[in-house]
Design a protein around this ligand. Structure first.
Ligand SMILES: *[C@@H]1O[C@H](CO)[C@@H](O)[C@H](O)[C@H]1NC(C)=O
Length: 312
């Protein structure tokens, strides 16, 4: 991919979005943008600590219109514009779209293919290079008339565990900035008929707010409990060899008794792997919850504790 072409696509898109936001066809309230700009400008962070922004997802235009609030100089450098995960079935449906989004730093992501797909590996790589990755935690546009309540507290839809995965598997814990978007659902209400469904509505009040970076302590504490970080790594070679030798005899005996398949599945080694996998799944979901709560808390703060009606 030619960097020049990519910069051209990003700059053209960014400037178009900026022009729209400044056109008077809508209004936009920006809060705390300095938090993001500080993180983008920080050279020592860029040397190895990635940056993640996470937000709610109100419409198909959230990205790119939101980034129209950035100073134009941000468009000129791939490190000061977000990498995004974009749905293959929406954004990569033909060669022209695919080229456009790929050059626009969108990583093709396949819905339903889980959190270990190459798109998430690519996002982790970007973080390891000190780049900025934006995540819509819900993984899709959500425009409920009201957010659901659990025990009297309103919540966004459960964030995808891929959020936890990229945070956990980056070499250095990324800087994570929560964001809260408002009004984009009014700009592009879902469920309108063709062709109006492709046209933004005018006169809408948009809001883009940034929260303080999530304090790392709770996430670090969780990462310390990961099976690989507890110091019980692979046993020393001799022990492994003796174990393999006994295991070989056991397998031979089992095979002689014709129960190879079933017993093999239930062997000690597999049990250990299953336990570790469960622990990792648990930690990943806990990390994801911390991030989801940070986004929801920002939303609640901004809507005067009325996250139940943020869409009004
Ligand atoms: C820049 O990032 C580094 C590494 O994350 C951090 O330690 C430092 O406090 C940051 N500096 C500023 C001015 O934010």
């Amino acid at each position: 991919m030619s960097q020049l072409l990519s910069t051209a696509v990003i700059a053209a898109t960014g400037l178009t979005c900026k022009a729209f936001l400044n056109s008077g066809l809508c209004s936009v309230t920006i809060s705390n943008l300095a938090v993001l700009l500080d993180a983008l400008q920080n050279q020592s962070r860029r040397k190895g600590q990635g940056l993640i922004t996470v937000s709610n997802h109100l419409s198909t235009l959230d990205d790119p219109i939101t980034w129209g609030i950035l100073p134009s100089r941000c468009y000129m450098n791939p490190r000061t514009i977000r990498w995004a995960l974009g749905a293959s079935d929406i954004m990569f449906t033909n060669p022209v779209f695919s080229a456009f989004f790929r050059n626009g730093q969108v990583i093709e992501t396949f819905r339903g293919e889980g959190i270990f797909q190459p798109a998430l590996d690519a996002a982790i790589d970007k973080l390891n290079q000190g780049h900025w990755v934006h995540l819509f935690g819900e993984g899709k546009v959500c425009q409920p008339p009201r957010y659901p309540q659990v025990n009297g507290v309103t919540h966004l839809q459960r964030f995808k565990w891929g959020v936890g995965r990229v945070v956990m598997e980056a070499n250095v814990l990324p800087l994570i900035i929560p964001m809260w978007l408002t009004g984009f659902d009014k700009l592009m209400p879902e469920g309108r008929p063709f062709p109006s469904k492709y046209l933004p509505k005018l006169g809408v009040k948009l809001g883009v707010a940034f929260g303080d970076p999530i304090p790392p302590a709770r996430i670090v504490a969780l990462l310390d409990t990961m099976p690989n970080n507890r110091g019980n790594q692979a046993p020393p070679l001799q022990v492994s060899m003796i174990f393999c030798w006994f295991w070989g005899i056991e397998l031979t005996l089992m095979c002689m008794h014709g129960q190879c398949g079933a017993r093999y599945e239930r062997s000690l080694v597999n049990d250990e792997a299953i336990v570790q996998k469960r622990e990792m799944d648990h930690i990943r979901s806990e990390v994801t919850v911390i991030i989801q709560r940070a986004v929801e808390d920002l939303g609640r703060k901004l809507s005067g504790n009325r996250l139940d009606r943020p869409l009004a």
